[in-house]
Design a protein around this ligand. Structure first.
Ligand SMILES: [Zn+2]
Length: 533
């Protein structure tokens, strides 16, 4: 469909009530949340709303999650299908394959426009909210174009320079600070925080400043007639789009819900970030597109950490409650939620037992990530003090598990002597300075954290088949104008196209604007990889 046709179609739906068209879209991605997670969390009764009451009434369909090159997708390809309406290969962000003829021919990739870029070109405000680093695969697929999801420094550069985002909230500050700043993950002197400020962003780093900035943005928009839409007519005019809020709340991923200290009000929850984003985006007369990712359900799944995953699902449900409350007041808003894939192959009941122990899930106090770090720290301290680690190890492990709500000696914990012996060996290796281990924030494939997750989950009879992703279909939730399009079975790329169609925007034209701005920026200051010498 041409841009003109889309545009005229969009204006036909300006009352926001015509079938199939929405002025604004809130698109939720619950990363890794296969169907088992919903059942587990509901049955465990962990959430404030006892039955996932915000999410489950809006179940409309199932989504096939495969990528262009695999039955089992990763988050990069999964999110690209939602962002662009096209399937791509695993590991690829906002780009689609150009295949040569012939078996085994290597693929190259070309950028594909995203719904967010199309929305921006249509004069809508745009926002991204996530609990992972903002440069992680899912948010990246909506806001950058790279064949390699791991190049998060370049993703951050594209996010700051090439998009006129009104809201970008999450973790990942380490990719924005220059290499001279302690904890930076950058290899260059690029100061993207300073550059973002020059681009008109206000930086917020805690819940209080986030709320204040969102309130001010709403008040400013109320004062300026026309609502101060976030769109632009040309790359140059784009600089005037307001508001622009950059919220970076953690060096890497934001903390798990289960690990938040009582009274930690300075780290915003997913629901709080969603509420602030909506406050800043709402005054736009042209509408908005907001991506909200519950990104750490997947991480808990990788670690096979059932209780931590369930708490993340509760946080996701709470964010839906905020979105629904907003949609009640703005009937032209379509709310859609899907998952990019299942993680871990979670089963409710395992190991020949016809039961799940929700009590064991409720008793768990910390994530496997937290417990693994506590173990490494304690092993490290014992080493420093010259203690006999083989003698001290079992007591250290028992104490770490006890703090998390598991008695390693109790039968109901189902933690075997073999599992404890393996944990001890892994903890020794992970705390050994000779291995350079212990200092990284890794969840992927980290043996100790995965083993801790398995041990913590054993008591609940929640089962797992993998530390990776699986290819089962995932649930789709939708409510508002255009929700019908998501009913029944859909492919993931069809879900992406349905969102684009519901908004009536043109991602391909949006990509052209993105590329023009990037070209201008690269002429002014080439990316580090292109800098001579
Ligand atoms: Zn994953």
């Amino acid at each position: 469909m041409s841009l003109a046709a889309r545009t005229s179609g969009a204006s036909g739906g300006d009352d926001g009530t015509s079938a199939g068209r929405a002025r604004s879209v809130i698109f939720f991605v619950s990363d890794g949340m296969g169907p088992g997670y919903v059942t587990m969390t509901r049955e465990a009764g962990l959430c404030a709303s006892s039955t996932l009451g915000s999410l489950t009434p809006h179940l409309v369909g199932l989504c096939e999650t495969r990528s262009a090159n695999s039955m089992v997708t990763d988050s990069a390809a999964g999110a690209t299908a939602y962002a662009t309406g096209f399937r791509t290969d695993n590991h690829v962000i906002g780009e689609v394959p150009i295949r040569d003829f012939g078996v085994g021919a290597p693929a190259s990739y070309r950028p594909a426009g995203t719904v967010l870029e199309g929305a921006q070109l249509a004069g809508k405000r745009t926002g991204i909210v996530t609990t992972t680093r903002v440069t992680h695969a899912t948010p990246a697929a909506f806001s950058s174009h790279l064949a390699d999801r791991d190049d998060e420094n370049e993703i951050a550069r594209e996010q700051v320079y090439s998009l006129e985002l009104n809201v970008l909230f999450g973790g990942g500050r380490r990719h924005f600070d220059p290499s001279s700043v302690a904890g930076s993950a950058r290899a260059d002197a690029l100061d993207l925080i300073a550059d973002a400020r020059r681009e008109g962003y206000a930086l917020v780093t805690n819940a209080t400043s986030m709320r204040r900035a969102a309130r001010e943005a709403a008040a400013e928009a109320a004062r300026s007639p026309g609502g101060g839409g976030g769109g632009y007519a040309s790359p140059r005019a784009a600089a005037s789009s307001r508001p622009r809020l950059l919220g970076l709340f953690a060096p890497s991923h934001m903390p798990y819900e289960i690990d938040r200290a009582e009274g930690d009000v300075e780290t915003p929850t997913l629901a709080e970030m969603t509420g602030a984003a909506l406050e800043a985006l709402a005054p736009s007369e042209a509408g908005f597109f907001l991506l909200v990712e519950a990104g750490r359900i997947d991480h808990a799944g990788h670690a096979n950490d059932a209780a931590t995953a369930a708490r993340e699902v509760c946080a996701y449900d709470a964010a839906w409650a905020v979105a629904l409350e907003f949609a009640d007041r703005h009937p032209d808003v379509l709310v859609v939620g899907s998952s990019d894939h299942d993680t871990g192959g979670l089963s409710v009941g395992c190991c020949d037992r016809y039961a799940m122990d929700g009590d064991a899930l409720r008793r768990q106090k910390f994530s496997a990530e937290y417990v693994a770090y506590a173990i490494i720290d304690a092993y490290g301290a014992a080493r420093t003090n010259g203690e006999d680690i083989d003698a001290q190890g079992p007591a250290i492990l028992a104490a770490a598990f006890a703090a998390a709500g598991r008695d390693v000696d109790a039968a109901e914990s189902r933690i075997t002597a073999e599992a404890l012996a393996a944990l001890h060996e892994m903890a020794k290796a992970a705390s050994d300075p000779a291995n350079g281990a212990g200092g990284t924030h890794g969840y992927e494939g980290w043996a100790l954290q995965n083993a801790v997750g398995e041990a913590l989950s054993a008591a609940s009879s929640v089962g797992w088949t993998s530390h990776g992703h699986t290819g089962v279909d995932v649930a789709v939730f939708a409510r508002g104008p255009g929700a019908e399009a998501f009913r029944g079975y859909s492919r993931n790329d069809e879900v992406g196209r349905a969102v684009i169609d519901a908004l009536g925007v043109d991602p391909a034209a949006g990509l052209e604007a993105f590329e023009q701005r990037m070209a201008l920026k690269n002429r002014a200051s080439p990316p580090p990889s292109q800098t001579p010498g």
